[in-house]
Write a protein that binds this ligand. Structure first.
Ligand code: IPM
Ligand code: MN
Length: 394
């Protein structure tokens, strides 16, 4: 059987350290299992830009587009690494791929594992039982407030010129004005809502309990959000077995923290999704635990929700679990896309290894109350994967 082609983009700062741990775990599957992975590592990001004057080597976008089955991304962003036009250096990688590969669903599971304390208040105080937090936030990933930035980055990734800056007059505003339009389309809304109802359907059969989709927007005041919600209602009609709920983003932030057990799949426009998923991470033990998948109809990219955390970089101390869980999402989604039961099994093995590790006395990083290092956590999870594979006799 031929190998799955994986592109690894470590990126900046701690992104490089957590990527090393994910590749360590992937290697255990490679060595002990039957499926082969052909892994290509491409340097990229803001630091790479400062060192070389380019965000990634020429041709990298094409490799991601034409020669990969899945992309793994560490983190992008470095202090003072800005393009001449003020955009974030490395944006061509993260945003160029999201837009250029049409990765319209940014899927961010929020799950509290046994053995991990939430961070809503107090340092590491546990009040909830882990079964109360198991939801999936889905951020629309190609339009909304990010639309023009995404387009600029995708154009630059495929070698087109930047869009010209549009100067407009805004009545009542004097002096210099910069603005970001926030377009939301029917097509973009329809595909993300369908994606969410299909996901809720899969979760219903997995958990044996009916799931719901909650549409979060600001349709009481904003036109784009009114279209987003209108299309949500239309799509929900074709899924009579899945609950359809609605919330405004302001009140939603309160409900998210107060009653997360009421939520299953949550769909949000781009910027609201960006903000609300960082907030949601406190329910699962912080950003060190938050994984994500960027999915389109043809391509997929997996990355931790956290950034490059420059102040921790090079210290072997950040939590690699968000990245390793992103690898888990890769195995799970690649299995679905390629109809490969072995990959599905690997996805379950990694899920189990992460859960067992977190419930154990094994090393944990400082952010979840331990004093272990990045690589010790990676080693411990890799060892559990190996053990589980041997137990299953593969
Ligand atoms: C995220 C990040 C990115 C975003 C940045 C790094 C461009 O915050 O993935 O949530 O704004 O989408
Ligand atoms: Mn973010």
């Amino acid at each position: 059987m031929s190998a799955y082609r994986i592109v690894a983009l470590p990126g900046d700062g701690t992104g490089r350290e957590v990527m090393a741990e994910a590749l360590k775990v992937l290697d255990v599957f490679q060595v002990n299992g039957t499926v082969k992975f052909d892994i290509r590592v491409i340097p990229c990001g803001g630091q790479h830009y400062l060192e070389t004057g380019e965000q990634w080597p020429e041709g990298s976008f094409e490799i991601c587009r034409d020669e990969s089955d899945a992309i793994l991304l560490g983190a992008i962003g470095w202090p003072d690494a800005r393009l001449p036009n003020g955009d974030v250096a490395g944006g061509e990688v993260i945003l160029g791929l999201r837009s250029g590969l049409d990765l319209y669903a940014n899927v961010r599971p929020v799950k509290l594992y046994d053995g991990v304390n939430h961070k809503v208040h107090g340092k590491y105080k546990k009040i909830w039982d882990s079964s109360l937090v198991d939801l999936v936030m889905v951020r629309e990933n190609t339009e909304g407030l990010y639309h023009s930035l995404l387009r600029r980055m995708a154009q630059s990734a495929i070698g087109e010129r930047d869009e010209k800056l549009v100067i407009e007059k805004f009545p009542g505003l004097e002096g210099e004005v910069r603005w970001d339009p926030r377009p939301i389309s029917r097509m973009g809304s329809e595909r993300i809502h369908r994606f969410c109802f299909d996901l809720a359907k899969r979760r219903s059969s997995k958990f044996g309990t009916p799931q719901s989709v909650t549409c979060v927007d600001k349709s009481n005041v904003l036109r784009g959000c009114q279209l987003f919600r209108k299309v949500f209602r239309e799509v929900s009609n074709s899924y009579p077995d899945i609950g359809a709920k609605e919330a405004y983003i302001d009140a939603f932030t309160m409900w998210l923290v107060r009653d997360p057990e009421d939520l299953d799949v949550v769909v949000l426009p781009n910027m609201f999704g960006d903000i609300a998923t960082d907030l949601a991470s406190v329910l699962q033990g912080g950003m060190g635990m938050a994984a994500s998948a960027n999915l389109g109809d043809r391509h997929m990219m997996f990355e931790p929700v956290h950034g490059s955390s420059p102040k921790h970089a090079g210290m072997n101390r950040v939590n690699p679990i968000a990245m390793i869980s992103s690898l888990q999402l890769m195995l799970e989604n690649l299995a679905i896309r390629k109809s490969d039961p072995t990959l599905e099994f690997y996805g379950n093995v990694l899920q189990e290894a992460i859960a067992q590790h977190l419930a154990s006395e094994g090393p944990k990083t400082y952010d979840i109350g331990g004093n272990g290092s990045t690589s010790e956590v990676g080693d411990a999870i890799a060892a559990r994967v190996e053990g589980l594979l041997k137990e299953a006799n593969v």
